[in-house]
Design a protein around this ligand. Structure first.
Ligand SMILES: [Zn+2]
Length: 366
């Protein structure tokens, strides 16, 4: 089998979940399926699935999670699948604690939305104790009519021209921060963090620490797409996670970690960060978290597709070609059909998993 033939991407949530369960069963370990309240497009039940492998007492732990942003799940699930199959071929998983979380936002995966059933952007929604679910960047109010038109998607509304004019007026840095920094006041808007804990957060909170077992050192790769250059991997981490272990792990994964403040990373500072929440749940241990991004199209193209999908979701006719087109272009924006993109990203993701395992296995603590 050639490398290309070996690249597998899920067709949809159902297929992804069945393959995850099938290969997971062969690997052994323990299963947990957590149902969410919302149903899928065919009224089918949806679950967040967890597979934990290895010794609960191991001090080293690898966490691989997919689909926090539902639409972005296919690549994360493909990397999880590839890595699990590699473990099977090599006679079992490495001697570590391993936590695999499939489809943290199953509704978004099944319904081709980045956000969850309540329109929450889950990487803006994990606010911690004492943080309030309110506020929005000052510029968001100005941009709201451009970002979130209250109308079905139409073929031509000059979005790119208007986006270019907005960028020229306010500057890339301010606009990016206003759009992607997270907002808690526009429930039908993009990058909405919600008015209370998300369903995913409520499901994960009682378990996160227990899943890690006795781990004292963790590397967590949380797979995302849509940010960065075509096919390239970028490691993002919240500035507060800048520990020596985080730095060492970033080096091992193939480059320095970049934080959301660095302009050249194309990133921004966001509230409700999932990684920060994970590390806090883990307590006083070395927790290296990476929002592991793989680039697709330009930021304006990705935003255009997201905006159109949001219009279709809230204002569109579900039976219309425009609705289907909006869904398809959103899916493509976060998981291009290009065979070259798919091969490159899956192999890069697999290499990151292998590098994380190697890093966890060197200088063992036990
Ligand atoms: Zn994402």
């Amino acid at each position: 089998m050639s490398v290309q033939e070996g690249i597998w991407f899920p067709r949809d949530y159902d297929q992804s979940r069945s393959e995850f369960l099938a290969v997971g069963k062969e690997l052994g370990g323990e299963w947990e399926s957590h149902a969410i309240e919302s149903l899928g497009p065919q009224r089918e039940p949806l679950t967040i699935d967890l597979l934990t492998l290895g010794d609960l007492q191991s001090p080293h732990c690898l966490v691989l999670s997919s689909g926090l942003h539902g639409l972005e799940a296919p690549l994360g699930a493909a990397i999880q699948q590839r890595w699990m199959r590699l473990c099977l071929r090599e006679g079992g998983p490495p001697n570590l604690r391993i936590v695999l979380a499939h489809a943290l936002n199953p509704f978004g995966f099944a319904c081709q939305r980045r956000s969850d059933a309540e329109n929450l952007d889950l990487n803006r929604a994990f606010l911690r104790r004492g943080e309030e679910h309110r506020g929005a960047p000052p510029l968001y109010k100005t941009l709201d009519p451009l970002l979130n038109p209250e109308a079905p998607p139409s073929g031509c509304d000059f979005f790119r021209l208007r986006a270019a004019a907005t960028l020229a007026r306010y500057g890339m840095k301010r606009v990016k921060q206003a759009i992607a920094g997270g907002q808690y006041e526009y429930p039908r808007g993009l990058f909405y963090g919600g008015k209370g804990p998300s369903e995913a957060q409520q499901i994960l909170t009682p378990h996160w620490k227990a899943w890690l077992g006795a781990s004292r050192r963790v590397i967590h790769l949380d797979f995302h797409t849509g940010l960065g250059r075509w096919g390239e991997m970028t490691l993002l981490a919240h500035p507060q996670l800048n520990s020596p272990w985080q730095q060492q792990a970033a080096q091992a994964l193939g480059g320095p970690g970049v934080d959301r403040h660095r302009e050249d990373a194309g990133a921004y500072e966001a509230r409700g960060d999932f990684g920060l929440w994970c590390a806090e749940q883990a307590g006083e241990i070395d927790y290296a978290y990476f929002c592991t991004e793989f680039g697709t199209y330009s930021a304006v193209s990705v935003l255009h597709a997201l905006r159109r999908e949001n219009q279709a979701h809230f204002w569109g006719d579900r039976a219309s070609p425009a609705y289907r087109h909006a869904k398809q272009s959103a899916a493509d924006a976060f998981c291009p059909k290009s065979a070259a993109w798919r091969e490159r990203t899956v192999l890069r993701g697999e290499a990151a998993c292998l590098a994380a395992v190697a890093k966890l296995q060197e200088n063992r603590l036990d």
